[in-house]
Ligand binder design. Structure first.
Ligand code: COA
Length: 332
C-alpha cells in the first residue's frame, strides 16, 4: 500500500495587518498584555464583507498548485477544514471548488476547529492509501474577524484570532519510508462548552433571536484557563502517541508544528516533551490563532525557510474546541 506524501504547500493571509496597538481602538487591552500572555504581535484580518474564507483558501490552493507545477484539474478531491464556513450551509468546500473551477469532484468539510487540519489529513491519508483518490487538496481556512464581539466583553477572545488559509496537495508515494507515517485523533465532548459558539445552532428555537444579538450570545465564549490546562497536557500526550506508534523518540524529531493558539502553551509543550526550541516552529507572533489554518500556514513557512528537508521527521499536533486533539507523524 502506498503512503501519502505532501507534494506541495501554500498559504494566504489578507492584506490588512492589525497590530496589538490598533486593537485598543475597540478594547481595554494593551500590546504588553497580549504579548506577555499569548506571544501575539499582530494578525491579518479580511476586508470585512468582501473576502470570505473560501477566497483565502483559493489563493492558498493556487499557490500550492503552482509550487507542485500542477493544473487544478489534476485535483480529484477537496478536504476543507474550517469552523467559519462562508455560510451556515453548504460548507466552504463547494465554494472553494467553484472558485477553482473543479465541478464534479467531491468536496468534504471537516468541522473540528483547531484540530481540523490534522483530522482532515487523517481522512485524506486513508483515501490516498486505499487508492480512492490520488490528488487531494487539503485546506484549513478561517475568517474570525467578522464574528468577533467588538464590544468590551469581546476582548479576551478577540485579541487572539486572525484570518488566513493554508493548503497542502497530497498524493501517493511508493518511496519507502517517506510520507504520513501515522495520524491519531482524539475527542472528549465533556469539554464542548469550554470553547464554543452556543447560539445559532439547530438546538436553539428560534435559532437566532433578537435577544441573542442583544446579549452577545452570537459570539464565541471560552474558559481560557481550562482550555490552556487541557492543551498543555493533550498536545504532548498526542505527540508521545505518535512517536511510540512509530518506534521513535523525541531525539528523532526534526520539527514539531503545534497548533498556534498561544506561544506560552507551545513553550510548555516544548519543555514537557524535552525538545529544544529549534525543534519547534512557531509563528503565532505574526498571524494570531487562525484555527484550522495555523498548521498548514506554519508548514508552508517552514518549507519556504528551508527548515524541512526530504527525510526529516515532522510531527504535527493540535488541540482545540470540542475538545478535540490530534497528532500526525510525517517523514518529509
Ligand atoms: N486585555 C487585557 N486584559 C484582559 C484581556 C485582554 N485582551 N483579556 C482578559 N483580560 C483580563 C481579565 O479580565 C482578567 O482580569 P482580572 O484579573 O481583573 O479579572 C485578567 O486579564 C486575567 O484573565 P485570564 O482570563 O485569567 O487570563 P489568562 O492568564 O488565563 O490568559 C488567555 C488568557 C486567553 C491568554 C489564556 O487563558 C489562554 O491562552 N488560554 C487558552 C486559549 C486557547 O488556546 N484558545 C484556543 C484554543 S484552540
Amino acid at each position: 500500500m502506498p503512503r501519502t506524501e505532501i507534494i506541495s504547500t501554500g498559504f494566504h493571509v489578507p492584506a490588512n495587518v492589525v497590530t496589538n496597538e490598533e486593537l485598543t481602538e475597540w478594547w481595554d487591552t494593551s500590546d504588553e498584555w497580549i504579548r506577555e500572555r499569548t506571544g501575539i504581535e499582530q494578525r491579518y484580518w479580511v476586508d470585512k464583507g468582501k473576502e470570505a474564507g473560501s477566497d483565502l483558501a483559493a489563493e492558498a490552493s493556487r499557490q500550492a498548485l503552482e509550487r507542485a507545477d500542477m493544473d487544478a484539474s489534476e485535483i480529484d478531491c477537496i478536504v476543507y477544514a474550517t469552523l467559519s464556513p462562508d455560510y451556515y450551509f453548504p460548507g466552504g468546500g463547494v465554494f472553494l471548488q467553484r472558485k477553482l473551477g473543479l465541478a464534479g469532484i467531491p468536496a468534504i468539510d471537516i468541522r473540528n476547529q483547531c484540530t481540523g487540519f490534522v483530522y482532515g489529513l487523517s481522512v485524506a491519508d486513508a483515501w490516498i492509501r486505499t487508492g480512492q483518490y490520488s490528488r487531494i487538496l487539503l485546506v484549513g481556512a478561517e475568517v474570525h474577524s467578522t464574528g468577533i464581539d467588538y464590544g468590551p466583553e469581546g476582548r479576551d477572545l478577540g485579541v487572539l484570532f486572525g484570518d488566513g488559509a493554508g493548503a497542502a496537495i497530497l498524493g501517493p508515494t511508493e518511496d519507502d519510508g517517506r510520507g504520513v507515517l501515522s495520524t491519531h485523533l482524539f475527542a472528549d465532548g465533556k469539554g464542548a462548552e469550554k470553547l464554543w459558539l452556543g447560539a445559532e445552532g439547530g438546538a436553539d428555537y428560534p435559532r437566532l433571536s433578537k435577544e441573542d444579538v442583544e446579549t452577545g450570545r452570537i459570539y464565541p465564549t471560552m474558559e481560557g484557563r481550562e482550555v490552556f490546562k487541557n492543551a498543555v497536557v493533550r498536545m504532548p500526550e498526542s505527540v508521545m502517541v505518535a512517536l511510540e506508534a512509530n518506534g521513535l523518540g523525541a531525539e528523532d524529531v526534526d520539527l514539531v508544528i503545534a497548533h498556534q493558539a498561544n506561544l506560552r502553551i507551545n513553550e510548555m509543550v516544548t519543555r514537557r516533551l524535552g525538545l529544544s526550541d529549534d525543534q519547534v516552529y512557531n509563528n503565532i507572533q505574526q498571524y494570531g490563532n487562525t484555527t484550522a489554518a495555523t498548521i498548514p500556514i506554519a508548514m508552508d513557512e517552514a518549507v519556504q525557510k528551508g527548515l524541512l528537508e526530504r527525510g526529516d521527521l515532522l510531527i504535527l499536533t493540535a488541540f482545540g474546541s470540542g475538545f478535540t486533539w490530534a497528532s500526525a507523524a510525517i517523514r518529509w
